[in-house]
Design a protein around this ligand. Structure first.
Ligand code: GLN
Ligand code: ZN
Length: 765
C-alpha cells in the first residue's frame, strides 16, 4: 500500500469565488455570514475535489493568508490592532490590509502588517511582527472547526500547520528582539496545539518547515533541533514537510529530527532522494513530492514509475506520495477552460489533474502498472505529441539561437561615448522628468476593453478609442511640461499578457488564476513553445503618440526576464534558454521601434529580482543569464538611441553590480518609501550610468510636495553626479486617478526646475 496525500489546495475557487466574496464583504454588499458560508462551501468543494487521496488537509484554507492565520492561532496579533474595537475577523482584516471594511476607515484603520514574497513564489504572506512585548497564546478553535467540518463531510483529515521555526524565520523583529529568544515560549504553545489536535482525534499532523531548504546558520539549525526534541514527547505523528528546494547541508538534520515522517520535494531535490532513503531511520515514513506543484505540465508517469518502483520496493508501506509543495501555486481545474486549444490542453495538468496523476502512480505501485495501463498509455501519447509538435519546436528559432554571438550583447560604444551622442540628438534639461509608462486606467478604458471582448466594439472602434486616450495623455504631459513623454499604455491589459498574446509560443487560459495575495490573483500566461516575434507590436501606438508632440516619446516594452518570471514556463528546456528566446523577440521589437524613429526605448524588468534563487550560492548563475538576456534584447541599437530600464523595488544593494552590468543608459527604480535608503548601495559602488530614483510613491494616494521631492533628490545628488539624475515616480501610474496624478506630477516638475537652477554647479566630491 502506498499512501497519498496533498500539502495544500488552492483556496480561491475555480471561478475566484473567494475573491469576489471577500471584496463584496469589504464593500459591505454581503454579510459576514455570507462570506463564511462561501468559505465553507469552497472547503467542502475542495475536499470533494481531493477525494481520490487517502488524506485530505485541513487548515490549508485561509480567508487571506495562512501565515496570518498562524499568527492569530498563536495569539500574535499586533498591539495596534488589538486595541481597536470589533470582532476577530475585523482584527484579522485590519492586520492584513489596514481596514476591515470600507466605511469604518476613519476610526478603525491602522497600518497593515508588511507583506512579502513566500520563498521564491509569487504568493505573498503577511509578515508576523515580533517585539519585546510579544507573548504567545493558543487560539485553536478555528482550526478545530475546519477539521471537524472535513470529518463531517466524511473525509480523513490531516491538519496542516506552519512549523514554529519557519514561523519565526518568516517574521520580523520590530525592535532589537532576537527572534530566536522567542522560541521556548513559542514551542510550549505548539505543544499545547499538538495536544489539542491529538485530543481532537488527529492521527497525522503536517508541520511545514520549508526553511530546511535555505542556507541556515547554526543558530537556526539548533532551533530546529531544540523545537522538535521538545515536541517529540507528544502522542501525535508529525509529517515534517520541506519544499522548494534541496536540503543540502540540512539533509542529515532533516532526517534526524524526531518526527514520524519527512516530506521531500522530489522535483527540485530528486537527486537527494537516494541519500534520504539511506539516512532516514527505519520507523519513519518518507513522503515524496513527485508531481510538480509549481507548474502546469503533465508529468511523465511511466518515467516516474521507472524511478519509483525500486524506491517503493525498498520502503514499502513507508512510502507516501504527494505533490512537491502545496498546490496553492497552480490553477484549480483544467476542466474549467472552454477555449484552450485541444492539443495544448492535452499537455497540461492543473491542481485536480495533478492529484489524479498521484492516484495513478500510487495504484501502479500498489497493484502493478497493468492496473492503470490505459491511463499510462494516454499519458505517453500526450507527452509524445508535445515532444513532436511543430508548435513547440520552431526550427527558425532554434537556428537563430545557435547564431547568438557575444557581440549581440554589447553596445557599439561605452556609456560615456553614447551619452554625448544622445545628448546631441535629444537635448534635455538637467534633472529631466519622465514617468514610468502607464497613465491612469480610467473607467472608459476598462469599459472599452470589456466591450471589445464581448464584440460590442469592433477592433477599429477600439483602436480609435485608445488613440483618443493617447491624445489625452499627450495633452496632459504637455500641460505638465514633462521632458520625456510616454504614450500611457492604454491598449495594454497587462504588461506581460499584452506582449505574450502577440508572440508565437504563448498560450492563455480563461481561469488559470493563482493567488498572489489576499483576494488578488494573477493569471500567468503559458510559454509552451519556441518564442518568436512575428510582427511589430508597439510601434504603431508609440509612433502615433510621437506624431502629436515635438517632445521625445519613450517607447515602452516588457523585458525578457520579466516575461519569463511572470509566466508558467516550459519544463522541456532550461529557463535560461527560454529567456534567450524571449530576448530575441524583444530585440526585434526594440529594433522595430528604433527603425520607426523612436529615440528612447524603455525595457521594463520589474521582475528581475523575483527570479533570484533561494540560495545565494546560486544567484550568480541566474544573474549571469538574466543580465545577458536583457543585454541581447537591448543592445542591438545605435549609440544615439537611449535605452531605459525600470525595476519596481528598492532592495538591490546585493545585486547592484548585475544591474549596472545591464548597461542601460538610464535606470528608474522604486525609492520614495525607503527615503533614498537604497542609494546607500552607491556608497560602495558607483552606478556608472544615469538613474532616476523614484520620488513619488504611486502605491499611496498621497500627493508628494515639492519640498519632499527636492529633499529626496538632494539626497540622491549626494551620491550621483547631478547630470546623471532623472526625476520620475516609483512605478507606473495605472492604478491612480488623474486627480492624484496631475498635482503629483506638477510638483515633480516644479521640483526638477528648482533643482536645475539651484544645483547646477553641484558635483559629487
Ligand atoms: N511600464 C509599466 C507601467 O508603467 C511598468 C509597470 C511595472 O513596473 N510593474 O505600468
Ligand atoms: Zn514598477
Amino acid at each position: 500500500m502506498v499512501t497519498t496525500h496533498n500539502l495544500g489546495f488552492p483556496r480561491i475557487g475555480r471561478k475566484r469565488e473567494l475573491k469576489f466574496a471577500l471584496e463584496n464583504y469589504w464593500k459591505k454588499t454581503i454579510s459576514q455570514e455570507d462570506l463564511l458560508k462561501t468559505a465553507a462551501e469552497l472547503r467542502k468543494q475542495h475536499w470533494c475535489d481531493q477525494s481520490m487521496l487517502d488524506w485530505v488537509s485541513a487548515g490549508d484554507f485561509s480567508l487571506y493568508d495562512h501565515v496570518l492565520d498562524t499568527s492569530f492561532m498563536l495569539g500574535n496579533v499586533p498591539e495596534r490592532v488589538r486595541r481597536l474595537s470589533g470582532g476577530k475577523l475585523d482584527h484579522y482584516f485590519r492586520t492584513a490590509r489596514g481596514r476591515a471594511v470600507v466605511d469604518n476607515a476613519d476610526e478603525c484603520s491602522v497600518n497593515a502588517s508588511e507583506m512579502t514574497k513566500w520563498f521564491d513564489t509569487n504568493y505573498h504572506y503577511i509578515v508576523p511582527e515580533f517585539d519585546k512585548n510579544t507573548r504567545f497564546s493558543l487560539h485553536v478553535d478555528p482550526l478545530l472547526r475546519q477539521i471537524n467540518e472535513g470529518r463531517k463531510h466524511g473525509f480523513r483529515v490531516k491538519p496542516v500547520i506552519l512549523g514554529p521555526v519557519t514561523y519565526l524565520w518568516l517574521g520580523k523583529s520590530k525592535d532589537d528582539t532576537n527572534k530566536l529568544d522567542l522560541l521556548d515560549e513559542l514551542v510550549s504553545v505548539y505543544a499545547q496545539l499538538l495536544n489539542a489536535l491529538e485530543q481532537a482525534g488527529c492521527e497525522w499532523i503536517q508541520i511545514d518547515e520549508p526553511i530546511l531548504v535555505m542556507e541556515l546558520g547554526q543558530d537556526w539549525q539548533h532551533a530546529l533541533r531544540k523545537a522538535y526534541y521538545q515536541l517529540q514527547t507528544l502522542p501525535v505523528k508529525l509529517m515534517l514537510t520541506t519544499y522548494f528546494g534541496q536540503l543540502q547541508n540540512n539533509l542529515q538534520l532533516a532526517c534526524e529530527l524526531p518526527v514520524s515522517g519527512l516530506h521531500l520535494d522530489a522535483i527540485t531535490a530528486k537527486d537527494e532522494v537516494a541519500r534520504v532513503v539511506d539516512w532516514l531511520p527505519g520507523h519513519k515514513v518518507l513522503s515524496l513530492g513527485i508531481i510538480n506543484g509549481r507548474n502546469i505540465w503533465k508529468a511523465d508517469l511511466s518515467k516516474l514509475l521507472d524511478w519509483l518502483e525500486p524506491v517503493h520496493a525498498e520502503l514499502q508501506d513507508r512510502l507516501w506520495l504527494a505533490p512537491s509543495c502545496s498546490l496553492l501555486h497552480v490553477p484549480v481545474d483544467l476542466g474549467s477552460e472552454q477555449t484552450l486549444d485541444d492539443e495544448i490542453r492535452s499537455w497540461l495538468a492543473f491542481a485536480i489533474q495533478k492529484l489524479h496523476e498521484i492516484e495513478i502512480i500510487a495504484k501502479a505501485l500498489s497493484q502493478g502498472r497493468s492496473s492503470v495501463s490505459l491511463q499510462l498509455e494516454k499519458n505517453s501519447a500526450a507527452l509524445y505529441s508535445r515532444r513532436q509538435s511543430g508548435r513547440v519546436h520552431r526550427p527558425a528559432v532554434k537556428a537563430r539561437m545557435n547564431e547568438i554571438s557575444d557581440a549581440m550583447a554589447v553596445r557599439k560604444s561605452s556609456y560615456l561615448e553614447r551619452t554625448v551622442k544622445q545628448r546631441k540628438k535629444i537635448s534635455l534639461p538637467l534633472f529631466p522628468t519622465t514617468t514610468i509608462g502607464s497613465f491612469p486606467q480610467t473607467q472608459t478604458i476598462r469599459q472599452a476593453r470589456l466591450d471589445l471582448r464581448k464584440s460590442k466594439l469592433s477592433d477599429q472602434e477600439y483602436r480609435k478609442l485608445m488613440q483618443k486616450e493617447i491624445e489625452t495623455c499627450v495633452q496632459e504631459q504637455e500641460a505638465l511640461d514633462l521632458d520625456v513623454f510616454v504614450h500611457g499604455e492604454p491598449e495594454r491589459n497587462d504588461m506581460v499578457e499584452y506582449f505574450g498574446e502577440q508572440l508565437a509560443g504563448y498560450a492563455f487560459t480563461q481561469f488559470g488564476w493563482v493567488q498572489s495575495y489576499g483576494s488578488r490573483c494573477v493569471k500567468p500566461p503559458i510559454i509552451y513553445g519556441d518564442v518568436a516575434h512575428t510582427h511589430p507590436i508597439s510601434t504603431e501606438w508609440i509612433q502615433y503618440a510621437q506624431s502629436l508632440t515635438s517632445k521625445p516619446v519613450k517607447g515602452m516594452l516588457t523585458g525578457p526576464v520579466t516575461m519569463l518570471n511572470w509566466s508558467f514556463v516550459r519544463d522541456d528546456q532550461p529557463s535560461a534558454q527560454t529567456c534567450l528566446q524571449l530576448a530575441l523577440a524583444v530585440r526585434d521589437e526594440v529594433l522595430a521601434l528604433e527603425a520607426a524613429g523612436i529615440g528612447i526605448i524603455q525595457i521594463d524588468e520589474a521582475a528581475l529580482r523575483e527570479g533570484l534563487p533561494l540560495r545565494k550560492s546560486q544567484w550568480k548563475t541566474y544573474l549571469d543569464w538574466a543580465v545577458r538576456a536583457f543585454r541581447i534584447a537591448a543592445n542591438g541599437v545605435q549609440d544615439t538611441t537611449q535605452i531605459h530600464t525600470h525595476m519596481c523595488y528598492s532592495e538591490f544593494n546585493d545585486i547592484i553590480e548585475a544591474i549596472a552590468d545591464m548597461d542601460a543608459d538610464v535606470i528608474t527604480i522604486e525609492n520614495s518609501r525607503s527615503d533614498m535608503e537604497l542609494l546607500n548601495a552607491f556608497d560602495q559602488f558607483r552606478y556608472p550610468n544615469e538613474i532616476g530614483p523614484g520620488v513619488y510613491d504611486i502605491h499611496s494616494p498621497n500627493i508628494p510636495s515639492v519640498d519632499s521631492i527636492i529633499g529626496l533628490m538632494k539626497k540622491a545628488a549626494q551620491r550621483i553626479p547631478v547630470d546623471r539624475l532623472w526625476v520620475n515616480p516609483d512605478c507606473g501610474l495605472k492604478t491612480r486617478s488623474w486627480d492624484e496624478v496631475r498635482p503629483a506630477l506638477r510638483n515633480m516638475v516644479a521640483a526638477s526646475r528648482y533643482l536645475a537652477s539651484h544645483l547646477k554647479t553641484f558635483r559629487v566630491s
